[in-house]
Ligand binder design. Structure first.
Ligand code: PMP
Length: 458
């Protein structure tokens, strides 16, 4: 079928979409005017093609999750084989399935420290809600029933369900429905700390310390943070920070939850984000990269102490999802992890970090508004500022990051802007882990053109 033959069909899709389909993080009124930005049809490697036949580089692995890239036939076959055997079976009431067991064994073997058991969910928000519940449940079993509060930090993204959304430190998600989990407290995070002028490592965790003092450690179950904040603008933890928070938690008998939903399974050039700083959390949330997005799966890993405490008591773990331990999702995850190891994709992420950094150096020399480049594995970003030398942001009316991302989109590169706060203009880059040098350079070249075009608008 030619494009002109397909056009009426595409037009019909657009009309039906506007009529019946409510989209996440989209302004419904605007959607009625503009319709869908792109309708994806197929994908291969780092590229995706839309229904009109236009092909784009997927520079953010969709939602930081398609780590093996698109169209992977081995993952498709793993899903098909399991779907044809027994597509679904329950994990409730002590029911089990081989894939869920084998996957638990595998993720425990690559996880840091003594993280030694996993509770399965269907995604990242459910993982974080589960992490909060397991932390509170653990303290209940320990007879510390007042320990219910969870501390999260500004600029974090932990999901959109009631509890995970309350932990998310980005206002639009946090306060979307005007009601929240009152046991979750948002402390000022390290990024905000830096902006306020704190310079030493010992101060980065200071606001968490202040919050613990104010709320009382006896009331706090856990602190949650991302080793590298993704949606909040690719903010890398300063050296020493995670370790300091871990020690702070330990000294106050508070559990540390690492949200590894983006960082996990190779994205940062290590198995997990915390591995970059050799910190072992008590609880770890995972999702996205565990299946490279080929099936919906998440999980919460707990350390030996929590696992043993749960095992010692006869209280029911009164929590679970229909798709906990989904055999097909677990089959996909097993194959996904096998390929990551077999094809040395974690090492590739580390190597491509260097290519990205070279590209960033080139862009920094050429474009005066390009600043604060960072890349850790294939989780990368940069800021755009009116004057980087004086740390002066652009005025709110200048949507620098959105302009650059839109320009890249028109040149067939999908990136992501984080400009949800006044003065913030951040562009995120997180391509699939299978990307090669030439493809990274292609991304840099398209960004280069976009920055040149942006400068001409000023
Ligand atoms: N945590 C982090 C760090 C995330 O980036 C996300 C999703 N972007 C989530 C949790 C929520 O995951 P999900 O959308 O699968 O519920």
């Amino acid at each position: 079928m030619t494009i002109s033959q397909a056009l009426p069909e595409i037009q019909e899709l657009i009309e039906l979409d506007k009529k019946h389909y409510l989209h996440p993080t989209t302004v419904p009124k605007l959607f009625q005017e503009k319709g869908p930005k792109i309708i994806f049809q197929e994908g291969k490697g780092i590229r995706v093609t839309d229904v009109k036949g236009d092909t784009y580089i997927d520079g953010v692995s969709m939602l930081w999750n398609v780590n093996l890239g698109h169209g992977n036939q081995e993952l498709a076959k793993a899903a098909y084989d399991q779907l044809s055997t027994i597509a679904y079976s329950s994990s409730f009431y002590s029911y089990s399935n081989p894939n869920a067991v084998r996957l638990a064994q595998k993720v425990v073997s690559v996880a840091p420290g003594d993280l030694s058991a996993i509770f399965y969910t269907s995604g990242g928000s459910e993982s974080n809600d589960t992490a909060f519940k397991l932390a509170r449940f653990y303290w209940n079993l320990k007879g510390r029933k007042a320990k219910k509060k969870i501390i999260s930090i500004t600029r974090s993204y932990h999901g959109a369900t009631v509890s995970a959304g309350s932990a998310t430190g980005i206002e639009a998600f946090h306060n979307f429905a005007g009601s929240r989990d009152i046991d979750i407290i948002n402390a000022r995070g390290h990024v905000t700390n830096c902006e306020l002028g704190y310079k030493t490592d010992s101060n980065y965790e200071g606001c968490i310390r202040d919050t613990i003092e104010k709320v009382g450690a006896e009331n706090i179950a856990a602190v949650i943070l991302e080793p590298i904040q993704g949606a909040g603008g690719v903010h890398v933890s300063p050296d020493g920070y995670l370790k300091a928070v871990k020690e702070l938690c330990k000294a106050n008998e508070i559990l540390l939850i690492a949200d590894e939903v983006i960082c996990g399974f190779g994205r940062t050039g290590k198995w997990f984000g915390v591995d970059n700083w050799d910190v072992v959390p008590d609880i770890m949330s995972v999702a996205k990269g565990i299946t490279s997005g080929y099936a919906q799966l998440g999980g919460v890993m707990v350390n030996k102490e929590i696992r043993d405490t749960l095992n010692e008591h006869d209280q029911i773990l009164g929590h679970g999802f229909t798709y906990s331990g989904h055999p097909t999702a677990c089959a996909v995850a097993l194959k996904n992890l096998e390929i990551i190891e077999r094809d040395n994709l974690i090492e590739n992420a580390k190597n491509m970090e260097l290519v990205l950094k070279n590209g960033f150096e080139y862009l920094a020399n050429k474009h005066k508004h390009f600043t604060k480049p960072r890349a850790i594995g294939l989780l990368a970003g940069f800021d755009l500022q009116a004057n980087p030398d004086t740390d002066t942001p652009f005025e709110q009316s200048i949507r620098a990051a959105s302009f650059v991302v839109e320009h890249c989109f028109n040149n067939k590169l999908i990136l992501r802007a984080a400009d949800f706060e006044e003065g913030k203009n951040i562009v995120a880059i997180a391509p699939p882990l299978i990307i090669n040098k030439e493809e990274v350079e292609e991304i840099i070249s398209i960004v280069d053109d976009a920055l040149t075009a942006f400068e001409k608008t000023l």
